[in-house]
Design a protein around this ligand. Sequence first.
Ligand SMILES: [Ca+2]
Ligand SMILES: [Ca+2]
Ligand SMILES: [Ca+2]
Length: 259
Amino acid sequence: MALALAWSLFFTSVHAADWVLYDDFQNNTVDISKWVVGFNGPLNGETAVYEHFGKLHLLLRAYGNLATDQGTTGAQLRTDIRGQSPRGIMADIEIMRYDFAVCPENANGRVRTRIGAMFFNKGHQVPNSHENDIWAVIQLVREAGSTDPEEMLTAELYTFLCGDTNCNQGTTIETLKLGLVAVGQKVRLRLEWDPENNRIIGQLNDNPEQAIAYEVEDTLPPSYPTRTIQLSYSVPNGQCQERPLAFMHSTIHNVWVLP
Ligand SMILES: [Ca+2]
Ligand SMILES: [Ca+2]
Ligand SMILES: [Ca+2]
């Protein structure tokens, strides 16, 4: 027992020494020398990004498209790390609230807050395209059809081989469940690229770390070296009694990078 404690203290201190605090959101202003804020996709609704008393708030409320009964509508609110390409991102995140309204016959969609990175390209870069970039993510996600208890989100690590310009299409390499997280529970997410051992590491709080191994080349940089924190949704189109809706409000308390 004493030995186990000593080891855990040892690893905690090594861990803390390597990671560098990137932002703790202390001055009520989003620092544009550190972050590029953007929005991808249509916005049928409202969105907000603001810093308030030590936290970055991300909020998105969006509705399905009434013009069609087919498919889903999705978009993402993104805060990208500006001008550097760390090989890890770690963040303290709390989901304040989420909400869904979907039609029973088309209960598709999800809301999620995620940290993600394009760490490398597998070897055939395409100009002005994410094709062949490897997209690695830890997300706190609620699926519209989830049978989990209310107010619970799944924390999962996944890696994806991008197959088109914006990485909308591609191939999932692997998805690993890291655990369940409650609304209002502040958690620490750690995403790290380990090129020496050909793997992407994910960790939730102090749980044992998990990793997705890959077998592709990892010596080329990605086309766009993205490091990002995002809130994104997809919601079914069409109309039933209640118009389909997705909502999430998240707070990011602190962000660290592994240079
Ligand atoms: Ca600030
Ligand atoms: Ca903070
Ligand atoms: Ca390697």
